[in-house]
Design a protein around this ligand. Structure first.
Ligand code: DSN
Length: 435
């Protein structure tokens, strides 16, 4: 059982900040679509003695052909890695089993580093990449000029259809045929609908591009068979491990065997140094949890909750991008400046004052800048981990509507916060940590 007694003695300031965060997570309604609450077992692994070990390189690996144990790439650069190898091998094997992948690299420290290593495996600086526009749901590392991706590569963006706010695969095909990319990238941070990876592969084949899928947001849904799996179609698939997958903060890459050697080289020594083996152990634990039947049930509940929340918000007159969701997330479209009402930034602040945590987000064809934005992104992974069900989503929608109606009234927002805290107290977390 975790406790923070030693931190309390050694570093009271950090102890206080951690305990404040425990209380914040306990009391607040966590609706950030990319966040979750990991198990105690995952936290124990992340806080284990493995943090003491350097292990540049990779573990031994079994030959796919003969089943015999063989040395992989450069092995390890340090002695004493025999148990670390067990940990990393277990993480790799479980990741492959969950997603049916030929090869897995579990070392990326984050999704961004996973993406960087994946891109370098198939493209060179200056090559053309066709990827989803950030304001239509993409990610910074999918080509934003402030990210390495937008700096190093020639990025051409595709977006969603103006009317449906969903992918139109004929429009994407047309873009691909025009720009003849070396690589096509799909996956999203704020796209609430199912992505047809088979269609993307068809388009990539037509123009001779490789296909990379960033499945970070929907990895848990895919693990449970609730969203099509990109692994059979994509050359390389990247993900984070801490979103719907409910593991520690980190990244991972899956690929076809033919890219394995090159990809591993790009992760280490290409992009990173020593792997975080304590985090890799926590990934392995989370993967074990993801292979269990109750994880599938959990993912089903995430999707049912998202559908219920979307319906309850629309029933109360709030507009959602694409009029709903197929996944764990949705985007409230707050309208443009001329429509009046709060911006995304304002609404995020008002929700915060009411004890509801969410993030502002651009909506497709947004007229406000990204730091102000006209949308709010909501997701159900964390509230589902707390045990909330469909009827609770109706209550959450009611809170959000009240905040929307009173977004500039701090007194009213403080009253709503009290109601929110009474509500979250019915779904306790971290009882073992709270004093
Ligand atoms: N920051 C993540 C998200 O919230 O979607 C993406 O990396």
């Amino acid at each position: 059982m975790l406790n923070y007694d030693e931190i309390k003695k050694v570093d009271p300031e950090i102890y206080e900040a951690i305990m404040n965060e425990v209380e914040r997570q306990y009391h607040n309604l966590e609706l950030i679509a990319s966040e979750n609450i990991v198990s105690e077992a995952v936290m124990e692994a992340a806080g284990s003695v493995l943090t003491n070990k350097y292990a540049e390189g990779y573990p031994y690996r079994y030959s796919r052909k003969t089943g015999e144990l063989k040395y992989r790439l450069y092995g390890r650069y340090y002695g004493g890695c025999e148990y670390i190898d067990d940990v990393e091998r277990l993480a790799i094997e479980r990741a492959k089993e969950i997603f049916g992948a030929e090869h897995a690299n579990v070392q990326p420290h984050s999704g961004s580093q996973a993406n960087m290593a994946a891109y370098f495996t198939v493209v060179k600086p200056g090559d053309t990449i066709l990827s989803l526009e950030l304001t239509h749901g993409g990610h910074l590392t999918h080509g934003h000029p402030l990210s390495f991706s937008g700096n190093l590569f020639n990025i051409v963006a595709y977006g969603v259809n103006k009317d449906t706010k969903q992918f139109n695969y004929d429009e994407i095909r047309e873009k691909a045929q025009e720009c003849k990319p070396k690589m096509i990238l799909t996956g999203a941070s704020a796209y609430p609908r199912t992505i047809d990876f088979a269609k993307f592969k068809e388009i990539a084949n037509e123009v001779g591009a490789t296909l990379i899928v960033d499945m970070a947001h929907i990895a848990g849904l895919i693990a449970a068979g609730l969203h099509p799996n990109p692994v059979p179609y994509a050359d390389i698939v990247t993900t984070t491990t801490h979103k719907t997958l409910r593991g520690p903060r980190g990244g991972m890459i899956l690929c076809k065997e033919k890219y394995a050697q090159e990809l591993d080289k790009w992760v280490f020594p290409g992009v990173q140094g020593g792997p975080l083996e304590h985090i890799i152990a926590a990934k392995a634990v989370a993967f074990k949890e993801a292979l269990k039947d109750d994880f599938k049930e959990y993912q089903k509940q995430i999707v049912r909750n998202a559908a219920a929340l979307a319906k309850a918000l629309m029933k109360r007159g709030l507009n959602l991008v694409s009029d709903g969701t197929d996944t764990h997330l949705m985007l409230i479209d707050l309208g443009s400046e001329e429509d009046g009402g709060p911006s995304g930034k304002k609404m995020e602040g008002s929700l915060d004052l009411a004890g509801i945590t969410a993030n502002k987000n651009t909506v497709p064809f947004d007229t406000r800048p990204p730091f102000v934005a006209s949308g709010i992104r909501l997701g159900t992974p964390a509230v589902t981990t707390r045990g909330m069900k469909e009827q609770d989503m109706d209550k959450i929608a009611e809170f959000i509507k009240k905040v929307y109606d009173n977004y500039d009234n701090e007194e009213k927002l403080a009253e709503i916060k009290k109601e929110v805290q009474e509500f979250t107290a019915k779904f306790p977390i971290f009882d073992y940590l709270r004093k």
